[in-house]
Structure formats: C-alpha cells, structure tokens
Design a protein around this ligand. Structure first.
Ligand SMILES: C[S@@+](CC[C@H](N)C(=O)[O-])C[C@H]1O[C@@H](n2cnc3c(N)ncnc32)[C@H](O)[C@@H]1O
Length: 405
C-alpha cells in the first residue's frame, strides 16, 4: 500500500531498549519501572496490521508491506491503532479507532500516577494489546494482575501475545464498567479508556487506601487524567476523590462513545432562529481550559468548526457549531476577526448557547482556572466536580451515563 501521509521511514530502526532509554531520558520512567519497560518488547504485542495517525484520519499499515516502518513505529513513542470500526473489516482508512496500543509515555505516566507498590493487587480495564498488563505482571507478578477487555477478538490477541511472552495475568472478556467483583478488592484500578462518569463498581471494588487512575472527559473535551484516592466516609461507605493530574486523549469506553458526525443533527433546510451573543467562539476553539470547563458544565454537547470555502485558520472567519444529538438541538456562532458581538442561529429544545454563556461566565468569574485545578468526588450519590478543594463544588455535572448493573 502507499505510504500513509505524514509518516517518514526513519534511517535507523529503533528497538525496545532504545524506546525504554528514550522514555527514561525524557523523565517519563520512574526508576522502579525501568526494568519492566526494558523487558517488555512492544513488538511482541502489536499486531501485524495497524492504523497510523495522519492529519486526515488513520491509515492502514501492514507489517509485510513495510517491515522497517512497522518496527520503527512500534518502537517509537506513539499510539498505534490496532482495531478500527469495532473490528468490522480492515479498511485502508478510518476515522473510528476502537482499540490501540497506547502511547508509551502516556502508559508510563499513568503507571507513575497509579503509585504501584510491591504486594498490590491491580485491576486493569481495557486490556487492548496487553502491553500494560505485561508491564504490571513483570513488576508485580502474574497473580497480582486482573485485566478485562470487552472485545473478544482483541482479548484473544492479547492473551496469545501475553502467553507467548511468558506472562499469565488473570484475563477476562467482559464489560470493564462493571469491574470484576470476583477478584476484588483491588489496591489499584487503572482504566485505559476515557469515561464521562467514573463507574461506581470501580470504587465499590477498591480497598480503602486504594487509587483509581482513569482518563475522563466530556463531549467537548477529551480529556484529562484523574487520580482518585479511595477511602471511607463517616458511615463507612467507600468514596473516591482526587484531582486532574494531566491531559489524556484516549478512546472512549465503547458504551459511552459518541457516534455519528456532529453535523448529522443539523438539517440544511432549517436556518434556525437568529440571534446574537457576546460569547467569543474562539474561546471554545483555542482555549483548552475554557473548553474543558464548558464541557463539564454543559455535558453532552459536541462541537464542529466550519470555514467559508477557501478560508484558512489564519483568516479568523469560522462558524462554531454546538450540537446535542440526543435532544436534536444545535446552535452556531459566526466568528469574525475583531468582533465583540457575534451572529448566532439556534434550533431545538435545549438552550445550548445560554448554557455555554453561563458556563463561560462562571469560568471567567473564577479567574479562568486551568483544568488542573479541577477534581472529582465519587460517592454513592454520583460524581461531583470541584475547583481546588472538594468543598468548592462546581454548579452541576449532568451526564449521559447509562447505569448498567
Ligand atoms: C486504549 S485501548 C487499551 C490499551 C492497552 N491497555 C495497552 O496496554 O496499550 C482501550 C481498550 O479498551 C477496550 N474497551 C472499551 N470499552 C470497554 C469496556 N466497557 N470494557 C472493557 N474494555 C473496554 C477497547 O476495546 C480497547 O481495547
């Protein structure tokens, strides 16, 4: 096949040791993880067919077609898509990744935040190709690790690779949202997919003193990494609480993912009700903190950006679309350079623009906080977002989470 755009064949092909050395030199590897990383070779886990990120989507790369490129990518600090479209077919190109080998520096960072100690029992959720399970098993032993994967084909691939490499953690095929009560309690729970709502089972199956590390996000911003410490409240019930510890762009938990294009909700023949706003759409396009807090306070709303034909990003002319597919509501704001009042149109029962204006006014009124000042508390009553301190609760968090039991 042709070379995926944006990917060059390197002059020299690195190996597992080179990748581990690169991660260590860049400060991503805590000293007690270095040995595990030098023993777990990514090439033993990544399948022969991968999809490589490019500016327009993911392009298929088969190992047999270009072994040097495949090896180079496998030993490069990059995420590799290992399944698209839920495994239905093997298209040359896809916009919908459904399984991957996570970016090595991201895995290293998550493991550092997990604060794993000898003797800990770990639940990993989202086995994928099995690399993280192999790292955990290398460090703690096979018996200490339980890993769950929803997709049976992906799970079978991980099992084969782990066994070939001599690792025998407990592997399960099932819905990780439910955790695995059979082998609970766990000292550490690590999710390798993103959620809107942290599943209550992960807290219920943790030990007091435990920790949950998970990517978390909203339809507007995916996402951040949360590190939640588990303890008990005054009535002895488990709860989890902790801050954002960094950014983490992960694929969604399959049941919480967003499907269909943003513009599927917008009908060409419906011009919407016209209006104006002082909400600068640039904030939701260029300011990650503004987008993060708006996503938290205005859940279930996705965005898309449209530009006039021939216009570039530098021209500053664009339309921001905000869409809630569930209620079939949308709003759009036309950005013009230098403007302070912007033309809008809106349709549907949900007042998306008013909600976004309120969210951004809250963010502005609180000194435009960075997303690292956000934290989350989980109790039997659900999840509550806060700023700086668990007592400083954000106005509301609504979610589209479907409670499964
Ligand atoms: C980013 S990949 C995992 C990366 C992997 N842990 C590694 O070591 O590179 C996320 C995985 O989560 C799986 N997944 C998504 N939703 C799930 C669910 N509800 N339960 C279990 N696994 C799920 C996907 O099928 C996918 O394989």
């Amino acid at each position: 096949m042709s070379t995926p755009p944006g990917i060059d064949t390197p002059a020299t092909v690195p190996d597992a040791a080179a990748l581990a050395a690169e991660l260590a030199a860049a400060g991503w590897l805590a000293p007690h993880w270095t040995e595990a990383w030098s023993r777990v070779d990514r090439a033993a886990f990544v399948p022969d067919r991968v999809w490589v990120p490019a500016p327009d989507g993911y392009h298929r790369l088969d190992r047999a077609d270009d072994p040097a490129r495949w090896h180079a990518l496998v030993h490069t600090d990059t995420a590799l898509i290992t399944q698209v479209e839920d495994g239905t077919g093997a298209p040359e190109f896809s916009l919908r990744p459904t399984s991957s080998a996570s970016m090595p520096r991201m895995v290293a960072s998550m493991l550092a935040h997990l604060d794993v100690r000898e003797g800990h029992r770990i639940l990993e959720i989202g086995t994928g190709v099995g690399i993280t399970a192999a790292l955990l098993a290398t460090r703690l032993g096979d018996d200490a690790v339980v890993s769950i994967e929803l997709d049976p084909t992906v799970a079978a691939g991980a099992r084969d690779a782990l066994h070939r490499a001599g690792h025998y953690p407990r592997l399960l095929v099932g819905d990780g949202v439910l955790g695995c009560a059979e082998h609970a309690p766990y000292d550490r729970v690590l999710s390798t997919f993103s959620v809107h709502t942290v599943p209550p089972a992960w807290v219920a199956q943790s030990r007091p003193g435990g920790r949950i590390v998970t990517p978390w996000g909203s339809a507007l911003y995916n996402g951040v990494l949360l590190a939640l410490d588990v303890d008990t409240d005054t009535t002895g019930r488990l709860r989890a609480c902790g801050p954002v510890v960094g950014d983490a762009a992960f694929m969604w938990e399959r049941g919480q993912g967003v499907h269909g294009g943003v513009m599927d909700t917008v009908r060409d023949e419906d011009p919407g009700t016209p209006g104006t706003t002082t909400l600068d759409p640039d904030l939701l396009v260029d300011d990650r903190d503004a987008a993060f807090y708006t996503g938290v306070l205005v859940p279930g709303v996705r965005r898309s950006i449209g530009r006039p034909p021939g216009a570039t990003r530098d021209d500053g002319e664009f339309t921001l679309w905000l869409v809630d597919a569930q209620s079939r509501s949308w709003a759009c704001v036309d950005h013009a350079p230098g403007a302070t009042v912007f033309e809008t149109a809106a349709h549907g029962p949900r007042p998306i623009l008013a909600e976004a204006e309120t969210a951004l006014a809250w963010w502005d009124g609180h000194g435009r906080p960075a997303r690292t000042r956000f934290g989350l508390t989980l109790t039997a009553g659900g999840q509550t977002g806060w700023l700086d301190d668990p007592s400083n609760v954000l106005p509301t968090i609504r979610t589209s989470f479907d409670a499964r039991s």
